[in-house]
Structure formats: C-alpha cells, structure tokens
Write a protein that binds this ligand. Structure first.
Ligand SMILES: Nc1nc2c(c(=O)[nH]1)N[C@H]1C(S)=C(S)[C@@H](COP(=O)(O)OP(=O)(O)OC[C@H]3O[C@@H](n4cnc5c(N)ncnc54)[C@H](O)[C@@H]3O)O[C@H]1N2
Ligand code: MOO
Length: 383
C-alpha cells in the first residue's frame, strides 16, 4: 500500500512506514515526580522527625508554570508532580514528609541529591530513533508520537476492498423469506473480516446469478478499489455468475486441495486484484483466513502476516479427507495443558459452529484421522 501521512487518530493498527526520530527530548525538562517541595539536598540532609528542618517557602510551582524563579539556598519552593524544577534545586521532599505549610515548611526527612527528580531526556533523547519503520501502531506507540509533538505519522494506508456476494437465493436480512431463499450473510461477514484486518470494506448490494447485473454492480466501484472479494458462483453448477463474468478476463479458477474452500479463483480484472471465494459461509470465512488475510496484512506492511498458532491435544477423534488439508472449527483451552475440542462437524454450511469457535484445527493433507490426545496445530482466531 502507498504511504500517507495520517492524523494519529486514524493510525491505530496501521504500520509505520518510516523510522520515527524524536524531535524533542522526553521529559523535555527536569521535573518533579512528586507533589512536595523543591529543595537543595544539602539543606535537608539532617532532617528527621526528632530534629526537623524549617525552610521558608519562597514560591509555588504548579505543573505548567513557565516563569520559574531560581531556588535560593536555605529556602524551599512548593512544587507539584510534573512541574519544572527551579534552577538550584536538586531534590524533592514529598509532601507527606512535611507539615505541608505554604509559608514556613517543616521537613521531617532528608532527600538525597536527585530524589524524585525526573531528568530531562531520561526517557527519550532528542534525535533518537524511538520507533522503527515496520512497527505496528497500537495505543502505546500513538501515545509516544503525541508526547513527541507529532500530529501525523507516515503509514501504509488501509487497503480499500470491494465485497460482493452473489446468488439468486439471497435476501436482505429483515425482509420476509420465501421457501428456497436464505438471508445474505457472507457480505457482512467478509466486510467485517476486512475491517478487522485494518482494511476499508465497501459492501456492495449483492447480485443475483446474472452476469450483466454482476458487471453493472462492480463497474462504478473498480476505480477506487485495491482488491475485489466476491463470494459464491465459482463451483460446477449451471449458474456460476462469478466464474462466467470473470473467465477469460484475467481471473483463473481452480480447485484447491483443502476443505472447506475447494473452489477458488484469483487474478486481475481490469487491473484490479480479484479473489473469488466459495459461497458456503464457512468456506468463505476459512478461505479469507487462509488466503486473503495474510495478503492484506502483507500489503499493509505487517512483518507477521499469519495468525498465531499453537500445538494442542485434541479431546475428540476426528477424520479428514485424504489429500486435502482440512480446517476444522475448534475451541482452544490454553489453561489446562493446551487442549482443543472440535466444534461441530466438517460441513461448510455450519455457520453456528464457526460463530462459537475460537480456532481452526489444521489437519495436513496426509492426515486422515486423529485420536483423542493426539497433537494438532491450531490457528488462533482471536487476539
Ligand atoms: N458438482 C459440484 N458441486 C459443488 C462443488 C463441486 O466441486 N462440484 N463444490 C462444492 C463446494 S466444496 C463448495 S464450497 C460450493 C461452492 O459453491 P459456489 O462458490 O459456487 O457457491 P454457491 O453455489 O453460490 O453457494 C454455495 C452455498 O453457499 C450459500 N451462499 C452463497 N452465498 C451466500 C451468501 N452471500 N450468504 C449466505 N449464504 C450464501 C448458497 O446458498 C449455497 O448453499 O459448491 C459445492 N458444490
Ligand atoms: O470445499 Mo467447499 O469449500 O467445503 O464447502
């Protein structure tokens, strides 16, 4: 993705495109870490509860005060946390170790040189590289950028993804359903998956199995799109609208040795990358996880493109078709010795199982069965 300078508020989850070099130091000035009194350590060296030291309070320094007066020997200045240290002061007596007076303060404890003083540049020195290009921007990184006075950061911008569902059986949720019809669900699911990765999804109104309607629907949106994702209409039926619309126009249709998610297509249509996912809801979701999510993350500049995985012991025996890599839905429990429980069966219409699963159990092509207690690889879908 191209690099853009975006306001910090729009950068969450994006990847920094250039090193961030600190324009100022943090803290920018010596300041107090405690509410109390700025003093010279030498003036309170002998202070104790039995033999307190009294110092006139020469000034008051709330945080933010900029017109500081140097500290005269033998005096104190009342100071608040985050306020700049006056010249001549080298220690802070916290207010709990005094009587808190604002005219003549009684100090009951010594304060060694440097006590409760936060030195300028003790966090960041001006000119230092604080974040490297490739860093993902989360709350802490955005906070640091703001602390350094940055309003914007150079980031790889969000990919714009067109999402289009196909099928004459589809009905908008909320409308009445007639026999033979189902509610359209892949669109909202895939658009949400795109947004979860950090992309911008434009969910187009789904189209029936009609090639002309398909072309008409995407025509006006292609110019702005970085990638098009369709679902449905790619297998072996008589009305495969996506296949019919894209065949011979830069998109290749294949069968992949995986389950779910066998029928797939990809390529470029009018120069725009296209991925055509199968229509079964679980197939569409798993295919997005396996093929689209890593590609979007790579485009956004993420160094790690795959989900985290774990090895877990399975709590029930399951089978897998020979020669196909199977992705079963599972519930992973890391607390009691890393176990995974299959959720629902292998059917690619079993959306409710997918909705309560938190991982995919990946069974390689050469595995046809696993038994209770066997180790399997799980792909963690959350976090
Ligand atoms: N003769 C064959 N038939 C099928 C094969 C095959 O190899 N030979 N493959 C099967 C597999 S595997 C899959 S997966 C599906 C993929 O089919 P399509 O991508 O063409 O998808 P559709 O036929 O349009 O729909 C499949 C299924 O999913 C439902 N669906 C579709 N879109 C949505 C949506 N947006 N929201 C909710 N549900 C949707 C649709 O009603 C169908 O039930 O093909 C198998 N057949
Ligand atoms: O391989 Mo299809 O994608 O199960 O249901």
């Amino acid at each position: 993705m191209p690099v853009r300078r975006l306001p910090l508020a729009d950068c969450l989850g994006l990847v920094l495109a250039e090193d961030l070099v600190a324009p100022i130091s943090l803290p920018p000035f010596d300041n107090s870490a405690m509410d109390g009194y700025a003093v010279r350590a030498a003036d309170v060296a002998g202070a104790s509860a039995a033999e307190p030291v009294e110092l006139p309070v020469a000034d008051d320094i709330p945080a933010g005060r900029v017109d500081l007066v140097p500290l005269r020997p033998g005096t104190a200045q009342r100071i608040m946390t985050g306020a700049a240290l006056p010249a001549g002061a080298d220690a802070i007596v916290q207010v709990e170790h005094t009587d808190g007076d604002t005219e003549l303060v009684t100090v009951f404890a010594p304060a060694a040189d440097g006590l409760h003083v936060r030195r300028a540049a003790s966090d960041v020195a001006a000119g230092a590289r604080v974040l490297a290009a490739g860093q993902r921007l989360g709350p802490a990184q955005l906070g640091l950028a703001a602390a350094l006075g940055c309003r914007e950061l150079p980031v790889r911008r969000r990919p714009r993804v067109l999402v289009l569902s196909t099928g004459s059986e589809l009905v908008e949720p909320g409308e009445p359903l007639r026999p033979g019809q189902i509610y359209e669900s892949n669109g909202v699911m895939l658009a949400a998956a795109v947004r979860e990765v950090g992309g911008e999804a434009e969910l187009l109104r789904f189209v029936p199995d009609d090639v002309a309607a398909f072309h008409a629907t995407i025509a006006g949106h292609l110019a702005d799109a970085d990638v098009v994702i369709t679902s449905g209409g790619v297998s072996a039926g008589a009305y495969e609208v996506v296949k019919d619309a894209f065949t011979g126009r830069g998109v290749e249709f294949v069968k992949i040795a995986m389950q779910p998610g066998a029928p797939q297509g990809s390529g470029r249509y009018e120069g725009v990358p296209v991925v055509t996912l199968p229509g079964n809801p679980v197939s569409a979701h798993v295919s997005f996880e396996v093929f689209v999510r890593p590609a979007l993350r790579a485009a956004m500049g993420h160094r790690v493109t795959d989900r985290p995985t774990a090895v877990a012991r399975i709590t029930a025996a399951i089978t897998s078709p020979a020669g196909r890599r199977q992705y079963r839905r599972g519930a992973y429990d890391p607390s009691s010795g890393r176990v995974v429980t299959p959720v629902g069966g292998p059917g690619s219409h079993l959306l409710s199982s997918l909705a309560i699963a938190d991982c995919l159990i990946e069974l390689p092509e050469d595995v046809t069965a696993v038994g209770v207690g066997d180790e399997v690889t799980v792909i963690l879908l959350e976090g």
